[in-house]
Design a protein around this ligand. Structure first.
Ligand code: PXP
Length: 250
């Protein structure tokens, strides 16, 4: 047994290794290597690895995507903006999963969900070739019902619900925790009824993960910053195992 989340029938854990690449890039060399981190996460029980290839390559680089694909036996989830450049990269490497996110150069991280409704026609056309190439396509969205309905109209296989506002409310007393949780639960129900699988992520830690794990319709959580932060103190292997325990509610 490799331990961890793969034992759990219900909820999968995707580990986002972008932050390892951020530290690497701070000195311009090859260390620490996000691919090595991904392999440790895989061994510790992660069900998938997520990596965001940003337009400015501020963390993950093209070569990382190639190496991640070659090195992992668990699925790679490529996060990317809906640009022509990213489309050709995705079609070249055909990761198992793709999560389309909005991207602004000035942002520290992905700050909001996609405006699916505002670019419905474009996204419909964008998603098709990716699905034809065998990729499962997810759209990163907020909890607004009209955006979730639009994701279904766009033909998305999956929505990933932005948990940032909930985590802010929970951790920093910025917002109404109960109402943010309700919005996520309702969004997950709506998406499931519309035939899409539901994932969630952004800002999750052990505590908020335990709560997300209780939402019936959520099938996968994508977690990066907290896990890489924890890795500084207890190591990545231990952090991923601890997160798997949180997911399994033990
Ligand atoms: N899901 C998406 C779509 C993201 O953009 C991010 C951040 O890269 C995450 C999940 C993970 O968020 P965090 O690093 O806060 O755990």
């Amino acid at each position: 047994m490799q331990g961890g989340c793969r034992d759990s029938k219900a909820l999968r854990l995707g580990v986002n290794v972008d932050h390892v690449a951020t530290v690497r890039n701070a000195r311009g060399g090859d260390y620490p290597d996000p691919v090595q981190a991904a392999k440790i996460a895989e061994k510790a029980g992660a069900d998938g690895i997520t990596a965001h290839l940003r337009e400015d390559r501020r963390h993950i680089r093209d070569r990382d995507i190639v190496r991640l694909k070659e090195s992992l036996s668990i699925p790679l989830n490529l996060e990317m903006a809906a640009t022509e450049e990213m489309l050709s990269i995705a079609l070249k490497y055909t990761p198992k999963a793709i999560c389309i996110v909005p991207e602004r150069r000035q942002e520290v991280t992905t700050e909001s969900g996609l405006d699916v409704l505002g670019q419905l026609t474009k996204l419909k056309e964008y998603i098709k070739p990716l699905q034809n190439a065998g990729c499962r396509v997810s759209l990163f969205v907020g909890t607004a019902p009209e955006q979730i309905a639009a994701a279904a109209q766009a033909g998305a296989d999956v929505i990933e619900v932005h948990t940032g506002p909930y985590c802010h409310a929970f951790n920093d007393n910025q917002g109404d925790v109960a109402s943010e949780l309700k919005k996520i639960t309702q969004a997950a129900e709506q998406a499931t009824q519309l035939g899409m699988e539901v994932h969630a992520g952004h800002g999750l830690n052990y505590k908020t993960t335990r709560i997300m794990a209780q939402i019936e319709h959520i099938k996968e959580l994508n977690i990066g910053h907290f896990l890489i932060g924890e890795a500084i103190f207890i190591g990545l292997d231990a952090a991923v195992k601890q997160m798997c325990i949180a997911i399994r509610q033990q």
